[in-house]
Structure formats: structure tokens, C-alpha cells
Ligand binder design. Structure first.
Ligand code: SF4
Length: 309
């Protein structure tokens, strides 16, 4: 089946000429929205794994996490090069000297590590931390910062208990782009009380800000999260598979064609997902359905970018 969007896998293959995989790291971070400095409950969708799909734990050293998972990916997926991916919780939430130690260890763990990806909150970066990240470009060819944007709407961020605002994101992305650091944003489809128009407004802003990459998550209620309670109380209903596919295509149509789509799928670890279960049971079918829907419409990513209709 043809792909009607600009996929990250293809982008990495073009960049490196071989199969490249991200290898997740849990470096033992927490988050200002969990440790009390901004909030204690965390975002309503975030479970105790910090919104990651990790199988590692912080008790294992960064080097061992990487070596173990590089072996698995090399055997299972025939990957040849790797990106060390600081995924769990907020991976810039520490003093610069500590961050440097962790990032140094990651890029030195294996000679086939060609990149560093760091996932964080916009309110947890500043010029010094971003300059540290940028400094690794002299040691590996690829350094990317990933921001949990989720939505551009402050009223939704409030409902999510996100404890940050869209202005925080704008400030962070301006600093990031000034340093010409590779970057991507995570967005969530199916957020409580968001209309299609709200979601399209987020897509239009991403296009306006010339964001390089987007990771599209479908909202999933994980065990022991406030969102799971909302689901059980029926105050939040997940989107159906068909609604999600249609919304994903609408969203992608409005992004510029060159924007790289890092991933399309559910958040969290499938073992702890409560609803909607199709997100994990039909992971591959959903991607096929997105491409089939584009084929049926005769459209593709970018066909509505800048048209705001
Ligand atoms: S989703 Fe990210 S910002 Fe929100 S509580 Fe979890 S780790 Fe913190």
C-alpha cells in the first residue's frame, strides 16, 4: 500500500541510507507536573510510566538499556543505526551538568548510535539547555528535541491538567528554531471537548510555525489515570476507529508536505491500555485505513496546507 504522508522511517532512510531505529531510555527523570513544583497528579492521560511505551526501567544504566535494545532491534528489525531516545517523563528536568552526564553516556554507549532525541515539556527548556543539546551536533549527525504540544488550546490544556500554556510552547519553539535544532511536536487526537475545528486549528498553527515533525497520538485511557476514571464515569468517550482515521487524514491534509510524520498511533504501553482497545489491537490496520482513506479522497498530506478551510 502506498503511503500518502511523509513518514519518519522514510526520512531517516534518506538521511542515513539504512534502517535506523530509535531506542528508548528511561533516565529516571520525573516531571514538574508530578513532583509538586507545578502539579502532583500529572496530565490526565499520563500513567506511572510517564507516557512512554518503555520496557526499560531507571534501575538499569543508560548504557545497558541501549545495548540490550540495540541487540533486539538489530535482530528483530534488521536495524543498522540507532537514535538514543530519552523518552520517559521530562528529559530536560535537571541541571545542565546532570543532563550533560546522561546525554554523554547515551551517545558513547555504542558506535552505531547516530543520534540523540530528547522528549520534554516546553516549560522545561531554556537557552542553556537547548545550547547543550545543540552542542551534540558536533558528535552525532542528528539531534532532535520533541515537545509535548498536545493542542494549541489553553482551555484543553487546563482540562488535561497540563500546567503549561501555549505561550510556553511558543517561547520554546522560538529558542529551538533560533538554534536550528531538529524538532518535532506531539499532538493528541480525541482530546476531551475538542471539536474537529479545534483540531484543525492546531494543524494550521503547526504549519504556520513551520514545525519540522509531528507525532500523532490517539488518546488512550491508561490504567490508574484520571482519564480512565473519566472514561468509567462516561464523562469522556474515545473516538471510534473510523472517526479517528477521518480526523487523522483531515489533520495531515493541513500540514505542509515536508513536515515529517514521526508516528501515528496510541500513547502509553498496550498492556495497560483500557480504552479504546482498537488502538493497540488494530495498530497496523489503522495505518492502512489512513492510506486507504487518502486514496479514496484523492488527497494526501499537505493538500490543504495554508488554505484554512
Ligand atoms: S505527560 Fe509528560 S508532562 Fe504530563 S505528567 Fe506525564 S511526564 Fe509530565
Amino acid at each position: 500500500m502506498d503511503t500518502y504522508y511523509n513518514s519518519y522511517n522514510d526520512d531517516l532512510k534518506k538521511k542515513f541510507g539504512c534502517r535506523v531505529y530509535k531506542v528508548s531510555i528511561d533516565a529516571g527523570f520525573t516531571c514538574p507536573n508530578r513532583d509538586g513544583s507545578k502539579g502532583i497528579g500529572g496530565c490526565v492521560f499520563c500513567d506511572e510510566m510517564g507516557s512512554s511505551s518503555r520496557t526499560n526501567g531507571p534501575a538499569i544504566s543508560i548504557t545497558d538499556q541501549l545495548l540490550k535494545n540495540i541487540d533486539v532491534r538489530r535482530t528483530r528489525y534488521k536495524a543498522q543505526k540507532f537514535i538514543a531516545y530519552f523518552q520517559s517523563f521530562t528529559n530536560t528536568y535537571a541541571p545542565v551538568s546532570h543532563l550533560k552526564k546522561l546525554y554523554d553516556e547515551a551517545i558513547a554507549a555504542h558506535p552505531d548510535i547516530v543520534g540523540l532525541a530528547i522528549s520534554t515539556r516546553a516549560d522545561c527548556v531554556d537557552a542553556e539547555k537547548l545550547a547543550l543539546m545543540a552542542s551534540y551536533r558536533s558528535r552525532v549527525p542528528y539531534v532532535c528535541v520533541e515537545y509535548g504540544l498536545q493542542t494549541i488550546h489553553d482551555r484543553t490544556l487546563l482540562r488535561l491538567n497540563r500546567q503549561e500554556t501555549h505561550d510556553d510552547f511558543v517561547r520554546a519553539i522560538q529558542l529551538t528554531q533560533a538554534l536550528e535544532l531538529d524538532h518535532c511536536v506531539h499532538v493528541i487526537l480525541g482530546l476531551p471537548f475538542e471539536t474537529r475545528e479545534d483540531v484543525m486549528a492546531t494543524a494550521d498553527k503547526i504549519a504556520e510555525y513551520r514545525i519540522q515533525g509531528v507525532k500523532i497520538h490517539f488518546l488512550v485511557a491508561m490504567e490508574r489515570t484520571p482519564l480512565a476514571e473519566q472514561y468509567h464515569r462516561q464523562s469522556w468517550q474515545p473516538l471510534s476507529m473510523d472517526e479517528t482515521v477521518s480526523l487523522t487524514c483531515d489533520f495531515l491534509e493541513r500540514l505542509p508536505p515536508e513536515c515529517v510524520i514521526y508516528r501515528i498511533g496510541g500513547n502509553g504501553h498496550p498492556r495497560h491500555a483500557i480504552a479504546p482497545t482498537w488502538v493497540w489491537q488494530k495498530k497496523k490496520e489503522v495505518i492502512d485505513m489512513v492510506n486507504e482513506e487518502f486514496q479514496r479522497r484523492g488527497t494526501r498530506q499537505g493538500c490543504r496546507a495554508g488554505r484554512n478551510s
